[in-house]
Design a protein around this ligand. Structure first.
Ligand code: ATP
Ligand code: MG
Length: 430
């Protein structure tokens, strides 16, 4: 019989890697709490219309990457409905904001989420069909200050702090402003004209984009096209006064807080409701999939999905890519257990469980061996997982004095049972 395997683009996460995932999530939760964000959990599947309107019909995500199905009616009275596994979480959060009338509180809503997202992409390192995002949204009625450039800068400063606390070194923050929908429409025309003379020298994709969607030329990765693209007009020159001032406000606050950034004129989102600030954090260690996270302001999104005016800004980090980065930095080595308990002979197994229980209840991380193993095997197993081994034989049980060996130094000592928790909790002496 052929074996059933995990579906292409999905994977099992196993220990010890899952410990790293948990550490990342715990750090994110702790940082979000300090910035007064609360957690939101939205359904993993939604009405397809939400993404069609909230992400955009013409995006790659909606046009070719979604897992969509027609849900069968269970009763005559029920209609079939087109449902989709969420490819991202912002649309779901904004739907919930509208559905629960969170805007009516008048308060700025600061919401974070952690969870799986689904896109039918070509799987490769750092790109999967089920992946996890850690994200947050700051959204509210204009009166709550949701449009202020201070909110953009605060989100970026929080991200810099989060990456630092995760131990991710060498990230780069790319930032740009795409202005208002009108600014972008104007820029699109400026680009279209500028592309007329140069497009014939560009790749076939760009030749097509030059006509259908000039903004997307800026995403081109073909090396030969790069000098041409660098010489194209910049969106900064098409921004109106309000957008320019907003961006200056973001930059001034980032400078004051000492958050490093680089201005990237090519960071342009193509959707109508994306406004003003756009950003991405990249990391060189990730290769082709170098974006750790992306985000931006979306002042028109709530209205696009039928809600009230609710300006907002948010981001989504690729948790899988955070894991890859930390693994590559070797910051990911799991903490060794405090101790491995090796009973000498099967008869000592019950006493060993009792000792392990005592130590574990006292907060220590303990691996329990088995008296059926030869001592050599116990030592080998212990050295792989723990800082110290505790030998429990008949003599030790009777005298209450245990033999403890510390692997890093090779030092072997006799320890009274009552001192054991303190000795095992102590850092290695070397
Ligand atoms: P990319 O350019 O890498 O495809 P994107 O622009 O599609 O990214 P967003 O939709 O902004 O990405 O999602 C935010 C983050 O989620 C990305 O920066 C990335 O870290 C992560 N991400 C997106 N798609 C995937 C995927 N298929 N597998 C793993 N992580 C992903
Ligand atoms: Mg993508």
């Amino acid at each position: 019989m052929t074996t059933v395997k995990a579906v292409r683009g999905t994977r099992d996460l196993l220990p010890p890697e899952t410990a790293l995932w948990n550490r990342i999530e715990a750090t994110a939760r702790a940082v979000f709490a300090r910035y007064n964000f609360g957690e939101i959990r939205t359904p993993v599947f939604e009405d397809t219309a939400l993404f069609a309107r909230g992400v955009g019909e013409e995006t790659d995500i909606v046009s070719k990457e979604m897992y969509t199905w027609e849900d069968r009616a269970r009763a005559q009275s029920e209609k079939t409905q087109s449902l989709t596994l969420r490819p991202e979480n912002t649309a779901g959060v904004v739907r919930a904001y509208i559905e629960h009338k969170l805007g009516e509180t008048g308060q700025l809503q600061k919401l974070f989420y952690i969870g799986p997202q689904f896109r039918r992409e070509r799987p490769q390192k750092g790109r999967y069909r089920q992946f996890s995002q850690i994200g947050a949204e700051v959204i509210g009625p204009t009166s709550s200050g949701s449009e202020s450039p201070l909110r953009d800068a605060e989100v970026l400063e929080m991200l810099a702090t989060l990456l630092d606390e995760l131990g991710i070194t060498g990230w780069t923050l790319h930032i740009n402003s795409v202005g208002s929908a009108a600014d972008r429409a104007r820029y699109n025309e400026v680009l279209r004209e500028a592309l007329v003379p140069v497009a014939p020298r560009m790749c076939v994709d760009c030749q097509r984009r030059a006509v259908t969607n000039p903004l997307r030329v800026l995403d081109c990765k073909v090396p030969e096209d790069q000098p041409i693209i660098e010489a194209l007009p910049k969106i900064a020159d098409s921004l109106d006064e309000d957008s320019k001032q907003h961006f200056a406000g973001v930059i001034a606050a980032l400078d004051a807080a000492g958050v490093p950034y680089t201005r990237n004129h090519r960071l342009v989102r193509g959707l109508d409701y994306y406004t003003r600030t756009t950003f991405e954090f990249t990391h060189g260690g990730l290769g082709a999939q170098n974006a750790l996270l992306g985000g931006g302001r979306y002042d028109g999104l709530s209205e696009a999905i039928g809600g009230p005016k609710a300006p907002g800004i948010g981001f989504a980090m690729g948790e899988d890519r955070l894991v890859l980065t930390l693994q590559a930095q070797e910051a990911a080595r799991p903490e060794p257990r405090h101790a491995y308990i090796a009973p000498l002979g099967e008869a000592l197994n019950p006493a060993a469980l009792a000792l392990a229980r005592e130590l574990r209840r006292g907060g220590l991380t303990v691996e329990l061996g088995d008296g059926n193993f030869r001592l050599k095997k116990s030592f080998e197993a212990a050295e792989k997982t723990a800082r110290r081994i505790v030998i429990l034989g008949e003599d030790e049980l009777a005298s209450g004095i245990l033999t403890v060996k510390e692997f890093a130094t090779g030092i072997q000592t006799k320890v009274p049972r009552s001192d054991l928790p303190a000795v095992l909790a102590a850092p290695v002496s070397a």
